[in-house]
Design a protein around this ligand. Structure first.
Ligand SMILES: Cc1cc2nc3c(=O)[nH]c(=O)nc-3n(C[C@H](O)[C@H](O)[C@H](O)COP(=O)(O)OP(=O)(O)OC[C@H]3O[C@@H](n4cnc5c(N)ncnc54)[C@H](O)[C@@H]3O)c2cc1C
Length: 524
């Protein structure tokens, strides 16, 4: 269909893009490997949006975002978001989302405090998108390739829940496939957020920027009986953070307040808690928190879990939270491939070396609206592109089918390598070891084929995860400093003299190799 926009990913960015594209009059197809809106990281969000308001000027927002990014942000992107955010918040309100002003942030108010704000937000947007004229949804469709012709995208290739291979033509495609948090052993993301979008883009010929910058969150449940839920501030005064001997971790390390430690010293606090967790454990003791606090967010959510927080402390530890690196686009969110747009967490540029809290959701609603609008304009004005059916298909028939145990084993090797070699604190030795390990894993994956759609999905995920982990390891190896979320035990200082640079990884699909360059920050 010549005037169609395909959107890959039904998270906050993808649904915002769908809304914007439909408003322009384009026909929109939203595809997601999972259910629409619900298998996404967006449903897990605490619902905070950073951005200018009456009490927080655009200049303050720009200053704080650049400060968090430690000089590596793409300033034009920060300014774009500062400019566009207020109207993006207004659109959310018009869509019926309850947004409360909280100084530097807006927050989604969930009508029920025991429902995660992201769930309330995404339910509303998913319901709305399904009622828009011209918008169609295809859940359970996994995109495996972005076929291109003469530097232009011509649609998507993938398979549906029955395992049927489909080529869907379109002159404009929006990649809103999210981040890669779940490639690590410990993370707070949805299990299938495995960097598939970065892999699709790299294989199509796009560079990956600043992939070494991965954000960790200090306090995430680590008890195996509980989901890996993030423990957000503000904490009640009565909450304590203790080690295995019951000693206060904050007092031991001379840290005043836990809320301050999380918000202002997130990276060093994560590294410290990582050491403590390795040494014997970190426990959040909520036993003295008064009854009234359990009826408000976030404790109202914890109260629904099968764990008696009022009788025993719960184990917590840092975990991977967010991927700062990704794809470079222009102000219309179009990538260097004509007709291919990107939005949401998969983008690079706004966050630099670390993301200011609340800026991921803002990035989704700003870039989603731009990508949707300009993708629609492109689809409505372009002549039809060649069909992607002309591209040859990968021959999977000859491949060896692995047992379920083997794929599980490969996944756990990827997650262990990510956590042990590309974790909170990295080193030359560890990174080199990580690259060797991931190359060996990729060799194991190479001859494998799939039996049935489930097996196919798992294999595609494993290949994407391995590729993205290799990108993270390679970009990390060359950066010989510590900055923002990126900590090296062998180069503990921030090296402004040589390192005000962004990493840029080019992928050679024929040789299956990355080449990394470190380029001076735009305008520096
Ligand atoms: C626990 C938690 C709390 C958070 N809280 C906040 C917060 O309060 N404020 C804030 O600013 N940020 C927060 N974040 C970060 C923020 O939620 C995410 O960055 C944001 O939701 C990402 O949205 P997205 O639309 O880019 O991607 P997602 O919401 O992750 O959606 C991407 C979708 O693309 C699909 N997909 C991927 N590859 C393919 C493929 N090949 N084929 C088909 N479909 C595909 C995925 O299945 C997924 O459904 C939080 C993150 C977590 C994990």
């Amino acid at each position: 269909m010549s005037k169609r926009v395909i959107i890959i990913g039904a998270g906050l960015a993808g649904l915002t893009a769908a809304h914007a594209a439909a408003k322009q009059g384009a026909t929109v197809l939203v595809v997601d490997r999972g259910p629409i809106g619900i298998g996404t990281n967006s449903v897990l969000a605490n619902g905070f949006f950073a951005g200018p308001s009456e009490k927080y000027s655009p200049d303050d927002y720009i200053r704080d975002t650049l400060r968090a990014g430690r000089g590596l942000n793409r300033e034009s992107m920060v300014r774009l978001v500062a400019r566009e955010a207020p109207s993006a918040f207004q659109r959310l309100r018009s869509a019926g989302v309850l947004l409360k002003d909280r100084g530097a942030q807006r927050c989604v108010v969930s009508p029920d405090p025991s429902v995660i704000p992201g769930v309330a937000l995404m339910r509303k947007l998913a319901d709305l998108v399904k009622t828009l004229e011209g918008v169609h949804v295809l859940p359970g469709f996994q995109v495996t390739e972005l076929p291109c012709h003469n530097g232009r995208v011509c649609g998507v290739r993938g398979f549906n829940r029955k395992g049927e291979e489909l080529d869907i033509d379109a002159p404009a495609v929006v990649l809103a496939a999210g981040g890669a948090g779940a490639i690590h052993r410990r993370h707070d993301n949805q299990k299938k957020i495995l960097g598939q979008g970065y892999a699709l883009a790299a294989r199509a010929g796009l560079d990956l920027w600043d992939m070494e910058f991965v954000q960790f969150f200090p306090l995430v449940f680590a008890d195996p009986r509980l989901p890996a839920l993030i423990v957000y501030p503000p904490f009640a005064r009565e909450a304590k953070l203790v080690d295995s001997a019951g000693e206060s971790i904050l007092e031991k390390h001379g840290l005043g307040d836990v809320n301050d430690a999380i918000v202002k010293k997130r990276d060093s606090f994560s590294a410290l808690l990582f050491e403590e967790a390795q040494a014997g454990g970190v426990f959040l003791d909520l036993r003295d928190v008064p009854d009234s606090a359990w009826n408000v967010h976030p404790l109202a959510i914890f109260k629904r879990l099968r764990f008696d927080f009022r009788k025993k402390p719960v184990a917590v530890a840092p975990a991977v939270h967010f991927t700062m690196g990704g794809l470079r686009t222009g102000e219309t969110c179009e990538t260097d491939i004509g007709g291919l747009f990107a939005c949401g967490e998969i983008l690079w540029g706004l966050h630099g070396a670390n993301r200011m809290g609340g800026n991921a959701m803002t990035e989704c609603v700003v870039s989603g609206a731009l990508a949707g609008r300009f993708a629609a304009e492109r689809a409505l004005r372009e002549m039809p592109v060649p069909s992607c059916r002309e591209k040859p298909r990968q021959d999977l028939a000859a491949a060896a089918v692995p047992g379920a145990g083997e794929v599980r084993d490969i996944f756990s090797a990827i997650r262990a390598t990510a956590w042990e070699c590309a974790g909170i604190v990295r080193s030359d030795d560890g990174l080199r070891r990580g690259i060797e390990r991931i190359e060996a894993i990729e060799q194991r994956l190479k001859p494998l084929g799939a039996a049935g759609p489930g097996g196919r999905a798992v294999l595609e995920d494993a290949r994407a995860s391995a590729l993205v982990l290799r990108a993270i390891l390679q970009a990390s190896l060359g950066r010989r400093e510590s900055r923002g979320s990126f900590l090296r035990s062998d180069f503990p200082d921030e090296g402004d003299g040589s390192w005000l640079k962004n990493s840029c990884l080019g992928y050679d699909a024929d040789k299956n190799t990355f080449t990394v360059k470190y380029l001076p920050v735009e305008g520096a």
